[in-house]
Write a protein that binds this ligand. Sequence first.
Ligand code: NAD
Ligand code: TYD
Length: 356
Amino acid sequence: MTLLVTGGAGFIGSNFVLDWLAQSDEPIVNLDKLTYAGNRENLASLQGDPRHHFVQGDIGDRALVDRLLAQHRPRAVLHFAAESHVDRSIHGPEDFIQTNVVGSFRLLEAVRAYWSALPDAERAAFRFLHVSTDEVYGTLGPNDPPFAETNRYEPNSPYSASKAASDHLVRAWHHTYGLPVLTTNCSNNYGPYHFPEKLIPLMIVNALAGKPLPVYGDGQQVRDWLYVRDHCSAIRRVLEAGQPGQTYNIGGWNEKPNLEIVHTICALLDELRPRVDGRSYREQITHVPDRPGHDRRYAIDARKIERELGWKPAETFETGIRKTVQWYLDHPDWVQRVQSGAYREWVHKQYGAAAA
Ligand code: NAD
Ligand code: TYD
């Protein structure tokens, strides 16, 4: 028994691989292109572990994926690989279409060919689990009910449109070819190994570096936040007991405006690593121009996965954010190493020369 994981050197994928191998001896083949977001150092604790087989490569490389499937004969494919940052998708959507749409299509085709040729029992037990986002549902008004699995798809950014396209392909490969797929649509994750271009790690890293904390617009945009290990436990549960062809929304019932998140991070840092001048990190908050097309509110109705699969998050936002801030305080070397030249170029492009 083996799993093929795509994107397992990224934020959620590496947390998943580490969690999986902490609980199971079932090996993982980890296919990752190692874009700017992929980092083998996340998996350093698995060095020399025969249960983890890392392959650097592209999900769109059909010959490579065919070879990996034939060689390792996985019982499931867990598809995390994607371009994942909304702001980058606004500056340059091309990579998002290539990986999230074309790459997912090529991966599905390779998996379909492999799955079709499996013996009956293995074919019936096989699963393709597609990891997606709540952003495919678009944006909510302040009094709208949270996103259910039955909501219409109304993606608003190049990122969410490309993820929506991949969700549709996965759905069609089930209905047309019978591929046993599972799709999860999760809210915003946070936790260890989160690349510091996203809100929470960016704020922690900038605060500690004495840099501005750039809040887009009025900072009243709302996201639902889930600790990454709770997302990993939900994916394990869906793999184990989800019904092929079904989608599952995953969320933490933790809706918070961005400004409140930034205030919480500042308060934790004031407590755990006070500024030398004794003032609050809050003084570093700056309001910057809003993101074009910025979705105002996301919220997840997670009752289906709770009811049908018995999943519940283990962390509250208060416990998860404290662990996260502490992790960044404990791992300055990781932070320093991911802030490469390419990272500084991104910060310059997005926030201007003063922030870089
Ligand atoms: P990430 O950007 O941190 O990691 C993506 C990984 O995919 C990287 O390791 C990268 O090298 C790899 N990759 C990119 N293109 C590839 C390609 N063509 N072939 C092989 N590997 C490639 O992303 P993440 O935050 O870990 O997100 C993982 C998945 O979860 C994505 O599909 C994303 O849409 C979804 N998701 C993320 C969140 C979130 O809050 N981060 C929430 C819900 C869903
Ligand atoms: P992000 O972490 O990029 O996730 P997503 O856009 O996929 O939800 O952003 C989370 C929220 O934080 C979003 O409303 C945009 C906002 N944000 C800022 O205000 N400042 C920043 O520097 C970043 C990166 C995000």
